[in-house]
Design a protein around this ligand. Structure first.
Ligand code: IPM
Ligand code: MG
Length: 362
């Protein structure tokens, strides 16, 4: 087998963490005997600087023509003043939409070596293992009407619209139910059905599917988003799979990330189309860019998700995840997860250590 992978490092620490991720990918391909053809594309702020817009056609074509996309991060203060329509983040939204990636999987699993790196108490976070299934191509991120208009009195009016149709809810709920069936068989559907009609529909559709579509084996619960935000830090172990809207998923997944000690640990997979896209949940961290301080583990764990979901290489994915666990167990830490008495390493060294452990397990 030979896989084509579009590599889009983006901005800030993107290129640094991507360097470690692609080295792991090449190493794994060699060990497991499949080919990887990596082709790099320029996106986000870097693309604005080079081409005047965050995503050019040839890069979109590269992504569409690949078997999977590995993405770094996009954005930074340098481009914050630009019009919304050409901000770096637009490239990410366009890629999600154009590739049809409606299902975003964000596993939140605490490596036990990091139980005390979280700002929350060890006994609260230890054993956390949940999956956020976030709807990714609908809701308020894409709903019409949107925009800012000038009113006759000289003030302005800003609008975004939260929209979900039955089919959009059904397809993401299926992903949630099926993920729950493969795990601990509990699904929490998160909404704001006490206020927002659109999520009242969400709740109705999910409830009907539970009854009518063969998901009786899943324990379904509905939770309001404000309560969910609270429950996540009160008792995260109550969650198995959580399915929610685009914006609620954006917010809750950042919150859930802190249960694992650092957002620098969280990988993600965006699925639903022909091509899967894999990226760390963290952003571009401009404050530490170019200093070899970034945590490459989220990107390396995203490579593991690519191996599992796009290439059906479960054993290879397990091996990468195990290597990360061993490195953490041995006490190596990047700055974001550093604690007294641990060995502080940079981005490159962390990547090298993971590759060493991958090799060791041969
Ligand atoms: C994420 C990010 C993006 C989002 C931004 C960068 C557009 O926060 O992937 O969670 O809001 O979806
Ligand atoms: Mg986010």
């Amino acid at each position: 087998m030979n896989y084509k992978i579009a590599v889009l490092p983006g901005d800030g620490i993107g290129p640094e963490v991507m360097g470690e991720g692609t080295q792991v990918l090449k190493q794994i391909a060699k060990i497991y005997g499949f080919g990887v053809e990596l082709e790099e594309g320029i996106v986000g702020g870097a693309s604005i600087d080079a081409h005047g817009k965050p995503l050019i056609d040839s890069v979109l074509k590269l992504a569409k023509g690949s078997d999977a996309v590995l993405l770094g991060a996009m954005g930074g203060p340098k481009w914050d003043g630009l019009d919304y329509s050409i901000r770096p983040e637009r490239a990410l939204l366009a890629l999600r939409l154009e590739l049809g990636l409606f299902a975003n999987l964000r596993p939140v699993k605490l490596f036990s070596a990091l139980a005390s790196a979280s700002t929350l108490k060890r006994e609260v976070v230890e054993g956390t293992d949940l999956l956020v299934v976030r709807e990714l191509t609908g809701g308020i991120y894409f709903g019409q009407p949107k925009g800012v208009t000038m009113l006759p009195d000289g003030t302005e009016r800003g609008v975004n619209t939260e929209v979900y149709t039955t089919p959009e809810i059904e397809r993401i709920a299926h992903v949630g139910f099926q993920a729950a069936l493969r795990r601990r068989k509990k699904l929490t559907s998160v909404d704001k059905a006490n206020v927002l009609e659109v999520t009242e529909l969400w709740r109705k559709v999910v409830t009907r599917m539970h009854k009518d579509e063969g998901y009786a084996g899943v324990q379904l619960e509905h939770m309001l988003v404000d309560n969910c935000a609270m429950q996540l830090i009160r008792n995260p172990k109550q969650f198995d799979v959580m399915v929610t809207t685009n914006m609620f998923g954006d917010i809750l997944s950042d919150e859930a990330a802190m249960l694992t000690g650092s957002i620098g640990m969280l990988p993600s997979a965006s699925l639903g189309g022909k091509v899967g896209m894999y990226e760390p949940v963290h952003g571009t961290a401009p404050d530490i860019m170019g200093q070899d301080k970034a945590n490459p583990l989220a990107t390396i764990l995203s490579v593991a998700m690519m191996l599992r979901h796009s290439f059906d290489q479960g054993a290879a994915a397990d091996r990468v995840e195990k290597a990360v666990e061993v490195v953490l167990d041995e006490g190596y830490r990047t700055a974001d997860i550093q604690e007294p008495g641990r060995k502080l390493v940079g981005c490159k060294e962390m990547g090298r250590l993971v590759r060493e452990k991958i090799e060791d397990r041969g």
